[in-house]
Structure formats: C-alpha cells, structure tokens
Design a protein around this ligand. Structure first.
Ligand code: CA
Length: 228
C-alpha cells in the first residue's frame, strides 16, 4: 500500500511508450491504490508535472531518456525509478549514477516494482517534498485535499495558484526562478511571457495575507518565507 494510504493516492507518472507495458502498469498501480498518469513521450511527461513519483522508461520516441531524466530532476523533486529494457550492468550503473532512486529492468514483476516504489517512498519519509501535508509558518499545504490554509483557515485558490504556492513551499527560503515555476506549473513545453507568473503571484499574495510572504527576488524569481 502506498505510504499515504487509500484516501490520498500518490500520483505516479508512468513514462512508457510501449502501450502493453503502460496499460499493465497503470492497472497494477491503480489496484495498489496509487493514482497513475500514463504518458508515452518526453514532452507529455514534462507537461504532466507536478507528480509524487515517476517511473521512467529510458527508451522514448522523442527524446533521449537520460536527457529527460536530467530535465525531470531540474523541475521536479519526485523520486524516480528507471524502468528500462537496457539491462546490462553498465546500464544499471549509468542509471543509478544519473541519480535515479532505483532501477528496474524489463521484464519485471509488477509486485516487485511496487515493492521497490514503497521502499523508495519510505526512505524519502517525512522529508519527502511530496508529503501529503506541509507547513511553513502559518501556511499549510494539504496536497491530498488540494487545499491551502493560513492559520487554519482555508484559502480559496485557483488550480494554478495552488500549484505555485505548493511548488514554492517545497523549498522555503530558497529562490525559485521564474523558469522553474513556469516549467513546474505550466509544463516545460509552454512558451510565452513569464510575466503571467507575476499576475498569479500577486493574486496569491492578496489571498494569503501577511502571515505568508512570497518575496520577489529581482530579476530572478520568488522565495516563500515565514515572516513571523
Ligand atoms: Ca520504450
């Protein structure tokens, strides 16, 4: 069973272009109480973020899997298990050296894969940035309910506003660049002005009030801090 239980499914991104494997994985993950999202290309994978966990096939039609892995690590803090047909020892070492949390070679048993996922989630433990709930001062992010609270009172956010504050809260005190936010919230294939982010952030600041500070770092991005 996923670390967070039945009522708050862990969102798992399955990046796999082989339909048969993707379908089998999707069903198995659902049975295990996970909430899978299955995509067959690197482009769709980046657009599906944010998620809580990533299963990544290295052999994709539109982009080298290792390159995609690096990109995912830049824009997501979700654990990654590489699932691939490339099974030589050299490949395994390369996969783990990339920084993958684990490496599973096809053909694999779904039970084994799920056991490995659970192990990775346990290792991530309370420090998992994808944990169901997170607090930064008066701010509380409830990822299960998709709800933001300030001093215990629910703040009504648009989905984009939720994604922005959720992403900033993953690393409080650190500067998050506009590009990182754009990639995480709008997807890496979105092209357009980053000014739009400022509009959403301005709206968020009004809603969150003085108890939560989203500071603008000029020319760079934003930083979420506890002002108290
Ligand atoms: Ca493949």
């Amino acid at each position: 069973m996923p670390a967070s239980g039945q009522n708050c499914p862990v969102r798992v991104l399955v990046v796999e272009d082989d339909r048969a494997i993707a379908t089998a994985l999707h069903r198995a993950l659902e049975r295990e109480g996970y909430s899978p999202v299955t995509v067959g290309t690197a482009a769709d994978a980046l657009n599906a973020l944010p998620v809580d966990f990533i299963l990544l096939d290295l052999g994709l039609p539109d982009r080298d899997g290792a390159e995609l892995f690096s990109r995912l690590r830049e824009v997501s803090s979700a654990p990654v298990i590489i699932v691939t047909a490339r099974g030589t020892e050299e490949d395994r070492v390369a996969g783990l050296n990339l920084g993958a949390d684990d490496y599973v070679v096809k053909p694999f048993g779904v039970r084994e894969l799920v056991a490995r996922m659970n192990a990775v989630l346990r290792r991530a433990g309370g420090r998992d940035p994808g944990a169901a709930e997170q607090r930064v001062g008066a701010l509380e992010i409830d990822r299960r309910a998709h709800v933001v609270r300030v001093d215990g009172t629910e703040v009504t956010c648009t989905p984009k506003e939720f994604d922005i504050v959720e992403f900033l809260a993953r690393d409080p005190g650190s500067v998050i660049t506009r590009q990182e936010l754009l990639d995480a919230v709008w997807g890496a294939n979105w092209y357009g002005s980053t000014k739009m982010i400022d509009v959403h952030v301005a709206a968020l600041r009004k809603k969150l009030g003085d108890a939560v500070a989203i500071e603008t770092v000029r020319g760079v991005g934003f930083r979420l801090v506890d002002p108290r």
